[in-house]
Design a protein around this ligand. Structure first.
Ligand code: AMP
Ligand code: MG
Length: 344
């Protein structure tokens, strides 16, 4: 008897002109392509083709109650898919291309599957130039959620996409390098422009958005939504972006705390501990220490967060201990949001 054939993973393509043309043709034919962005890698399909978008839900195991973000090559295309308003145009001018997603009333051209039956659509212009070139070549807006099995940690490299979606209908991933930001976009609901709401903290700090709008962002109608029910933003699921290894979140954690953990538990620090602290620990304790950055800066912590959780998930630890970052500046709210969901 011949052995079982190995599962064929999607092929990774470098972003050459010829490859971009090839992948754009795949998208036009209604196929899926893994795409790089500055936030996390996306699983893209022609946003105006319902059969193509259905493949996204199937590949991710994503419930069809969870709507998709539509990606445009330019803010000038916004009026093709959504009804705009002055607040949306002000934010688009200030922050696109960039990690900000706007929720607006949708136009009929957007399939109901993309919006999960809602009258609104989520729209973004990504900052990754290779992604925008692909959108231009495909000639259609691209619907793309994160390119991971539903609920798991989002991918920040082409290899993560291949590893997570082998065995699905995904055949091709465009390699645009490691994601620069590393956490998903900030989502702002502008359906009612006089009452803008923050649906998900992300790559753009809410204070910058509030300065442009000249008003505070409200919170979602319901802060946390139970899995399986219709949700205003399913990134709001209390458990999401999660490693398989249980994660305990601490308000503070340092190298000395690692000494108190069991030997099969790993301690994920925000920054590299001081050499003096490392020398104080026995060798088997140093083994269970990991850190997200050398200096503790938010950009590096965010950039390394998902890839480090993924790596730890593959190392067989019984539990991951992690610490929240302090403050509400920059990427701090997004980092803490993802850590809380990973620990839920
Ligand atoms: P992902 O790209 O996997 O992070 O998923 C896209 C996120 O955008 C999800 O959390 C969606 O709920 C959110 N989203 C997409 N469309 C809408 C919409 N029409 N209203 C509210 N949230 C949306
Ligand atoms: Mg996602």
């Amino acid at each position: 008897m011949s052995p079982e054939p190995l599962l064929q993973g999607p092929r990774i393509f470098r972003p050459t002109t010829a490859n971009l043309a090839r992948l754009a043709a795949l998208l036009r034919r209604g196929e899926l392509v893994g795409v790089p962005s500055e936030t996390v890698y996306g699983l893209a399909a022609d946003a105006l083709n319902p059969a193509a978008c259905a493949k996204i839900f199937a590949a991710k195991g994503r419930p069809t109650t969870d709507p998709l973000i539509v990606h445009l090559a330019s803010a000038a295309d916004l009026g093709r898919v959504a009804r705009t308003n002055p607040a949306a145009l002000a934010l688009a001018t200030a922050f696109w291309p960039g990690p900000l997603t706007l929720i607006l009333p949708k136009l009929a051209i957007v399939p109901d599957l993309v919006s999960a039956g809602r009258p609104t659509v989520a729209v973004r212009v990504p900052a990754h130039t290779v992604f925008r070139r692909l959108i231009c070549l495909a000639g259609c807006p691209l619907a793309a959620p994160s390119a991971n099995p539903f609920g798991y940690i989002s991918p920040t490299s082409a290899a993560h996409v291949r590893d997570g979606l082998t065995g699905t209908s995904l055949r091709a991933v465009l390699d645009g390098g490691e994601c620069r930001v590393g956490v998903e976009s900030t989502i702002v609901d502008l359906t009612n422009p006089s009452r803008p709401r923050l649906l998900r903290p992300g790559g753009l700090n809410a204070a910058a958005i509030e300065r442009v709008l000249g008003q505070k962002l409200g919170l979602p109608h319901s802060k946390t939504i139970v899995a399986g029910t219709a949700a205003p933003a399913p990134g709001m699921l209390s458990r999401h972006y999660s490693p398989q290894t249980p994660l305990t979140l601490h308000s503070r954690l340092d190298a000395r705390d690692a000494a108190k953990l069991a030997t099969d538990e790993v301690c994920l620090l925000l920054r590299r501990p001081a050499n003096a602290d490392l020398r104080m620990l026995p060798a088997e304790r140093v083994r269970c220490l990991r850190w997200l950055s050398e200096r503790g800066d938010l950009e590096t912590i965010a950039k390394n967060l998902f890839s480090t959780l993924r790596a730890l998930d593959g190392e067989g630890w019984r539990r991951i201990h992690a610490a929240e970052v302090s403050g509400v500046e920059g990427l701090a709210p997004a980092i803490n949001d993802r850590l809380r969901r990973a620990s839920a």
